[in-house]
Design a protein around this ligand. Structure first.
Ligand SMILES: Cc1cc2nc3c(=O)[nH]c(=O)nc-3n(C[C@H](O)[C@H](O)[C@H](O)COP(=O)(O)OP(=O)(O)OC[C@H]3O[C@@H](n4cnc5c(N)ncnc54)[C@H](O)[C@@H]3O)c2cc1C
Ligand code: FES
Length: 265
Protein backbone atom coordinates (compact mmCIF):
# COMPACT_ATOMS: atom_id res chain seq x y z
CA UNK A 1 0.00 0.00 0.00
CA UNK A 2 1.32 3.45 -0.95
CA UNK A 3 0.19 7.05 -1.13
CA UNK A 4 0.24 7.98 -4.81
CA UNK A 5 -0.54 10.75 -7.21
CA UNK A 6 -2.05 8.80 -10.09
CA UNK A 7 -2.62 10.36 -13.48
CA UNK A 8 -6.24 10.47 -14.61
CA UNK A 9 -6.38 9.04 -18.15
CA UNK A 10 -10.13 9.51 -18.54
CA UNK A 11 -13.20 10.29 -16.44
CA UNK A 12 -16.42 9.74 -18.36
CA UNK A 13 -20.12 9.77 -17.57
CA UNK A 14 -21.48 6.32 -18.43
CA UNK A 15 -25.08 6.40 -17.22
CA UNK A 16 -27.42 8.30 -15.00
CA UNK A 17 -25.08 9.49 -12.24
CA UNK A 18 -22.38 6.88 -12.99
CA UNK A 19 -18.79 7.61 -14.02
CA UNK A 20 -15.80 5.56 -15.06
CA UNK A 21 -12.36 6.85 -14.19
CA UNK A 22 -9.17 5.31 -15.60
CA UNK A 23 -5.88 5.92 -13.85
CA UNK A 24 -2.43 5.30 -15.29
CA UNK A 25 -0.51 3.78 -12.40
CA UNK A 26 1.85 0.85 -12.93
CA UNK A 27 2.29 0.07 -9.25
CA UNK A 28 -1.46 -0.38 -8.71
CA UNK A 29 -1.79 -2.32 -11.99
CA UNK A 30 0.84 -4.77 -10.84
CA UNK A 31 -0.25 -5.54 -7.30
CA UNK A 32 -4.01 -4.88 -7.02
CA UNK A 33 -6.33 -7.87 -6.58
CA UNK A 34 -10.05 -8.03 -7.36
CA UNK A 35 -12.04 -6.76 -4.38
CA UNK A 36 -9.40 -4.38 -3.09
CA UNK A 37 -10.09 -0.66 -2.93
CA UNK A 38 -8.41 2.76 -2.90
CA UNK A 39 -8.98 5.80 -0.69
CA UNK A 40 -9.27 8.90 -2.83
CA UNK A 41 -8.81 12.56 -1.91
CA UNK A 42 -11.67 14.14 -3.87
CA UNK A 43 -10.45 17.75 -3.52
CA UNK A 44 -7.63 19.71 -1.97
CA UNK A 45 -10.12 21.83 0.03
CA UNK A 46 -11.31 21.23 3.60
CA UNK A 47 -14.83 20.24 2.47
CA UNK A 48 -13.82 16.66 1.71
CA UNK A 49 -10.87 16.23 4.02
CA UNK A 50 -11.68 12.59 4.54
CA UNK A 51 -10.73 10.33 1.68
CA UNK A 52 -13.51 8.34 0.02
CA UNK A 53 -13.19 4.58 -0.48
CA UNK A 54 -13.78 3.28 -4.02
CA UNK A 55 -13.50 -0.30 -5.20
CA UNK A 56 -11.24 -1.25 -8.08
CA UNK A 57 -13.51 -1.97 -11.02
CA UNK A 58 -10.95 -3.18 -13.61
CA UNK A 59 -7.25 -3.92 -13.46
CA UNK A 60 -5.49 -3.12 -16.74
CA UNK A 61 -1.82 -3.80 -17.67
CA UNK A 62 -0.98 -0.09 -17.16
CA UNK A 63 -3.41 1.05 -14.49
CA UNK A 64 -6.77 0.63 -12.82
CA UNK A 65 -10.30 1.79 -13.42
CA UNK A 66 -13.02 2.84 -10.99
CA UNK A 67 -16.76 2.87 -11.55
CA UNK A 68 -18.56 5.21 -9.19
CA UNK A 69 -21.93 6.74 -8.54
CA UNK A 70 -22.30 10.39 -7.61
CA UNK A 71 -24.11 10.40 -4.26
CA UNK A 72 -22.63 13.37 -2.35
CA UNK A 73 -20.00 16.07 -2.29
CA UNK A 74 -16.92 13.87 -2.67
CA UNK A 75 -18.09 11.86 -5.64
CA UNK A 76 -19.53 15.04 -7.26
CA UNK A 77 -16.09 16.67 -7.02
CA UNK A 78 -14.53 13.53 -8.41
CA UNK A 79 -16.84 13.61 -11.43
CA UNK A 80 -15.50 17.07 -12.35
CA UNK A 81 -11.89 15.91 -12.64
CA UNK A 82 -10.32 15.92 -16.10
CA UNK A 83 -7.84 13.72 -17.94
CA UNK A 84 -4.27 14.82 -17.20
CA UNK A 85 -5.00 15.84 -13.58
CA UNK A 86 -3.39 13.89 -10.74
CA UNK A 87 -5.44 12.12 -8.11
CA UNK A 88 -4.12 11.77 -4.58
CA UNK A 89 -4.91 8.27 -3.32
CA UNK A 90 -3.83 5.48 -1.01
CA UNK A 91 -3.95 1.92 -2.24
CA UNK A 92 -4.40 -0.83 -2.81
CA UNK A 93 -6.26 -1.43 0.47
CA UNK A 94 -8.10 -4.37 1.98
CA UNK A 95 -7.96 -8.09 1.39
CA UNK A 96 -9.84 -8.64 -1.87
CA UNK A 97 -11.77 -11.75 -2.90
CA UNK A 98 -10.20 -15.12 -2.23
CA UNK A 99 -10.14 -16.55 -5.75
CA UNK A 100 -8.04 -19.56 -4.71
CA UNK A 101 -11.37 -20.85 -3.40
CA UNK A 102 -13.05 -20.43 -6.80
CA UNK A 103 -15.46 -23.27 -7.53
CA UNK A 104 -16.65 -24.89 -10.76
CA UNK A 105 -19.72 -22.67 -10.62
CA UNK A 106 -19.25 -19.10 -9.43
CA UNK A 107 -22.28 -16.90 -8.86
CA UNK A 108 -21.81 -13.14 -8.58
CA UNK A 109 -24.69 -11.12 -7.11
CA UNK A 110 -24.49 -7.35 -7.61
CA UNK A 111 -26.82 -4.73 -6.17
CA UNK A 112 -26.56 -1.21 -7.59
CA UNK A 113 -23.02 0.14 -7.63
CA UNK A 114 -21.94 -3.11 -5.92
CA UNK A 115 -21.39 -4.28 -9.48
CA UNK A 116 -18.12 -2.25 -9.59
CA UNK A 117 -15.66 -4.64 -7.87
CA UNK A 118 -17.41 -7.75 -9.19
CA UNK A 119 -16.26 -6.98 -12.74
CA UNK A 120 -12.59 -7.31 -11.76
CA UNK A 121 -13.53 -10.53 -10.00
CA UNK A 122 -15.33 -11.88 -13.09
CA UNK A 123 -12.26 -11.12 -15.18
CA UNK A 124 -10.05 -13.03 -12.77
CA UNK A 125 -12.39 -16.05 -12.73
CA UNK A 126 -12.98 -16.07 -16.50
CA UNK A 127 -9.78 -14.86 -18.15
CA UNK A 128 -7.26 -16.26 -15.69
CA UNK A 129 -9.00 -19.34 -14.35
CA UNK A 130 -11.56 -20.13 -17.08
CA UNK A 131 -14.27 -20.81 -14.50
CA UNK A 132 -17.99 -20.76 -15.13
CA UNK A 133 -19.47 -17.46 -13.94
CA UNK A 134 -23.13 -16.51 -13.56
CA UNK A 135 -23.84 -12.86 -12.81
CA UNK A 136 -27.06 -11.52 -11.31
CA UNK A 137 -27.30 -7.75 -11.64
CA UNK A 138 -29.96 -5.96 -9.59
CA UNK A 139 -30.71 -2.32 -10.39
CA UNK A 140 -33.38 0.25 -9.55
CA UNK A 141 -34.47 0.79 -13.17
CA UNK A 142 -33.14 -0.04 -16.65
CA UNK A 143 -31.06 3.17 -16.69
CA UNK A 144 -29.21 1.99 -13.56
CA UNK A 145 -28.02 -1.29 -15.09
CA UNK A 146 -24.24 -1.22 -15.35
CA UNK A 147 -21.61 -3.57 -16.81
CA UNK A 148 -23.96 -6.05 -18.52
CA UNK A 149 -21.94 -5.99 -21.76
CA UNK A 150 -18.63 -6.13 -19.89
CA UNK A 151 -19.66 -9.32 -18.11
CA UNK A 152 -20.93 -10.79 -21.36
CA UNK A 153 -17.70 -10.02 -23.18
CA UNK A 154 -15.86 -11.83 -20.40
CA UNK A 155 -17.96 -14.90 -21.17
CA UNK A 156 -20.26 -14.75 -18.13
CA UNK A 157 -23.92 -15.66 -18.25
CA UNK A 158 -25.85 -12.56 -17.13
CA UNK A 159 -29.30 -12.13 -15.62
CA UNK A 160 -30.86 -8.76 -14.84
CA UNK A 161 -33.48 -7.68 -12.33
CA UNK A 162 -34.95 -4.23 -11.85
CA UNK A 163 -37.05 -3.01 -8.94
CA UNK A 164 -39.64 -1.52 -11.33
CA UNK A 165 -39.53 -4.28 -13.96
CA UNK A 166 -38.33 -1.89 -16.68
CA UNK A 167 -35.73 -4.49 -17.77
CA UNK A 168 -35.36 -8.19 -16.99
CA UNK A 169 -36.97 -9.83 -13.97
CA UNK A 170 -39.18 -7.55 -11.85
CA UNK A 171 -37.85 -7.93 -8.33
CA UNK A 172 -34.53 -8.41 -6.58
CA UNK A 173 -31.27 -10.03 -7.68
CA UNK A 174 -31.59 -12.33 -4.65
CA UNK A 175 -34.71 -13.84 -6.23
CA UNK A 176 -32.66 -14.55 -9.36
CA UNK A 177 -30.13 -16.27 -7.11
CA UNK A 178 -32.83 -18.48 -5.55
CA UNK A 179 -34.13 -19.35 -9.03
CA UNK A 180 -30.67 -20.26 -10.30
CA UNK A 181 -29.88 -22.42 -7.26
CA UNK A 182 -33.19 -24.22 -7.78
CA UNK A 183 -31.91 -25.34 -11.19
CA UNK A 184 -28.66 -26.75 -9.74
CA UNK A 185 -28.75 -30.40 -8.74
CA UNK A 186 -28.57 -30.51 -4.92
CA UNK A 187 -25.33 -32.52 -5.05
CA UNK A 188 -23.75 -29.60 -6.93
CA UNK A 189 -23.83 -27.44 -3.87
CA UNK A 190 -23.61 -29.90 -1.04
CA UNK A 191 -20.96 -28.51 1.32
CA UNK A 192 -18.66 -31.50 0.96
CA UNK A 193 -18.33 -30.88 -2.79
CA UNK A 194 -18.02 -27.09 -2.51
CA UNK A 195 -18.71 -26.79 -6.22
CA UNK A 196 -20.63 -23.53 -5.96
CA UNK A 197 -19.27 -20.27 -4.57
CA UNK A 198 -21.35 -17.11 -4.25
CA UNK A 199 -19.79 -13.65 -4.17
CA UNK A 200 -21.87 -10.54 -3.49
CA UNK A 201 -21.54 -6.79 -3.23
CA UNK A 202 -24.37 -4.30 -2.77
CA UNK A 203 -26.63 -2.78 -0.13
CA UNK A 204 -26.50 -4.32 3.34
CA UNK A 205 -30.09 -5.69 3.15
CA UNK A 206 -29.17 -7.50 -0.05
CA UNK A 207 -26.02 -8.96 1.50
CA UNK A 208 -28.00 -10.17 4.52
CA UNK A 209 -30.48 -11.86 2.19
CA UNK A 210 -27.67 -13.49 0.17
CA UNK A 211 -26.13 -14.70 3.40
CA UNK A 212 -29.41 -16.26 4.55
CA UNK A 213 -29.96 -17.97 1.18
CA UNK A 214 -26.46 -19.45 1.01
CA UNK A 215 -26.18 -20.41 4.69
CA UNK A 216 -29.48 -22.30 4.47
CA UNK A 217 -28.09 -24.37 1.60
CA UNK A 218 -24.56 -24.71 2.99
CA UNK A 219 -23.05 -22.80 0.07
CA UNK A 220 -19.87 -20.83 0.79
CA UNK A 221 -20.26 -17.12 0.21
CA UNK A 222 -17.97 -14.09 0.23
CA UNK A 223 -19.46 -10.61 0.62
CA UNK A 224 -17.76 -7.26 0.10
CA UNK A 225 -19.00 -4.76 2.68
CA UNK A 226 -19.24 -1.07 1.86
CA UNK A 227 -19.13 0.45 5.34
CA UNK A 228 -18.55 4.17 5.71
CA UNK A 229 -14.85 4.74 6.37
CA UNK A 230 -12.52 7.37 7.76
CA UNK A 231 -8.85 6.35 7.93
CA UNK A 232 -9.17 3.28 5.69
CA UNK A 233 -6.15 1.59 7.26
CA UNK A 234 -7.40 0.18 10.58
CA UNK A 235 -6.33 3.01 12.86
CA UNK A 236 -9.51 4.96 13.73
CA UNK A 237 -11.66 1.89 14.56
CA UNK A 238 -14.48 3.53 12.61
CA UNK A 239 -15.65 0.59 10.48
CA UNK A 240 -16.30 -2.35 12.86
CA UNK A 241 -18.18 -5.48 11.89
CA UNK A 242 -19.21 -8.05 14.50
CA UNK A 243 -17.78 -11.55 14.14
CA UNK A 244 -19.39 -14.84 15.16
CA UNK A 245 -16.40 -15.79 17.28
CA UNK A 246 -16.94 -12.61 19.35
CA UNK A 247 -15.32 -9.24 18.96
CA UNK A 248 -15.07 -7.07 15.91
CA UNK A 249 -13.00 -6.78 12.75
CA UNK A 250 -12.36 -3.61 10.78
CA UNK A 251 -13.89 -3.60 7.31
CA UNK A 252 -11.06 -1.49 5.87
CA UNK A 253 -8.16 -3.59 7.14
CA UNK A 254 -9.58 -7.09 7.68
CA UNK A 255 -12.10 -6.80 4.79
CA UNK A 256 -13.86 -5.46 2.88
CA UNK A 257 -14.44 -9.10 1.86
CA UNK A 258 -15.65 -11.58 4.50
CA UNK A 259 -16.91 -15.15 4.46
CA UNK A 260 -20.54 -14.85 5.50
CA UNK A 261 -20.29 -17.77 7.92
CA UNK A 262 -17.83 -15.70 9.99
CA UNK A 263 -20.16 -12.68 10.36
CA UNK A 264 -22.49 -12.23 13.35
CA UNK A 265 -25.38 -10.62 11.48
C1 LIG B 1 -14.66 -0.68 0.44
C2 LIG B 1 -15.61 0.26 -0.27
C3 LIG B 1 -15.68 0.24 -1.65
C4 LIG B 1 -16.56 1.10 -2.31
N1 LIG B 1 -16.59 1.05 -3.68
C5 LIG B 1 -17.38 1.89 -4.35
C6 LIG B 1 -17.37 1.89 -5.77
O1 LIG B 1 -16.65 1.12 -6.42
N2 LIG B 1 -18.17 2.78 -6.41
C7 LIG B 1 -18.98 3.65 -5.71
O2 LIG B 1 -19.71 4.44 -6.34
N3 LIG B 1 -19.02 3.66 -4.36
C8 LIG B 1 -18.23 2.82 -3.67
N4 LIG B 1 -18.24 2.86 -2.30
C9 LIG B 1 -19.12 3.84 -1.62
C10 LIG B 1 -18.42 5.20 -1.65
O3 LIG B 1 -17.32 5.17 -0.79
C11 LIG B 1 -19.39 6.31 -1.20
O4 LIG B 1 -20.43 6.42 -2.15
C12 LIG B 1 -18.65 7.64 -1.14
O5 LIG B 1 -17.74 7.64 -0.07
C13 LIG B 1 -19.64 8.76 -0.95
O6 LIG B 1 -18.91 9.96 -0.82
P1 LIG B 1 -19.60 11.36 -1.10
O7 LIG B 1 -18.74 12.41 -0.51
O8 LIG B 1 -19.96 11.50 -2.54
O9 LIG B 1 -20.98 11.24 -0.33
P2 LIG B 1 -21.30 11.67 1.16
O10 LIG B 1 -21.68 13.11 1.15
O11 LIG B 1 -20.24 11.22 2.12
O12 LIG B 1 -22.58 10.76 1.36
C14 LIG B 1 -23.72 10.91 0.49
C15 LIG B 1 -24.69 9.75 0.64
O13 LIG B 1 -24.05 8.49 0.37
C16 LIG B 1 -24.17 7.63 1.48
N5 LIG B 1 -22.89 6.89 1.63
C17 LIG B 1 -21.69 7.42 1.89
N6 LIG B 1 -20.76 6.45 2.01
C18 LIG B 1 -21.40 5.29 1.82
C19 LIG B 1 -21.01 3.93 1.85
N7 LIG B 1 -19.75 3.56 2.09
N8 LIG B 1 -21.95 3.01 1.63
C20 LIG B 1 -23.22 3.37 1.41
N9 LIG B 1 -23.66 4.62 1.36
C21 LIG B 1 -22.76 5.57 1.59
C22 LIG B 1 -24.43 8.53 2.66
O14 LIG B 1 -25.16 7.89 3.69
C23 LIG B 1 -25.25 9.62 2.04
O15 LIG B 1 -26.60 9.27 1.94
C24 LIG B 1 -17.39 2.00 -1.59
C25 LIG B 1 -17.32 2.02 -0.20
C26 LIG B 1 -16.44 1.16 0.45
C27 LIG B 1 -16.35 1.20 1.94
S1 FES C 1 -11.85 3.31 8.55
FE1 FES C 1 -10.52 3.63 10.21
S2 FES C 1 -10.42 1.64 11.09
FE2 FES C 1 -11.52 1.33 9.26
Amino acid sequence: MRQLKAEILSNKKVGSGFYRMKLGENYLAKITRAGQFVEVRCSSGAETLLRRPLGVHRIWPDGIEMLYEVVGKGTALLSEKKAGEKLDMIGPLGNGFDTDLASDINILVAGGIGVAPLTALAENLRARQNKKVHVMIGARTRSHIMCKEEFKSLGCSVKISTDDGSRGYKGFATELLINLLATCKPETYLPQFRRVMVYACGPMEMLRAVRAITLKRGIPCQVSLEERMACGVGVCLGCPVKMKTGGYKMVCKDGPVFNTEDLAW
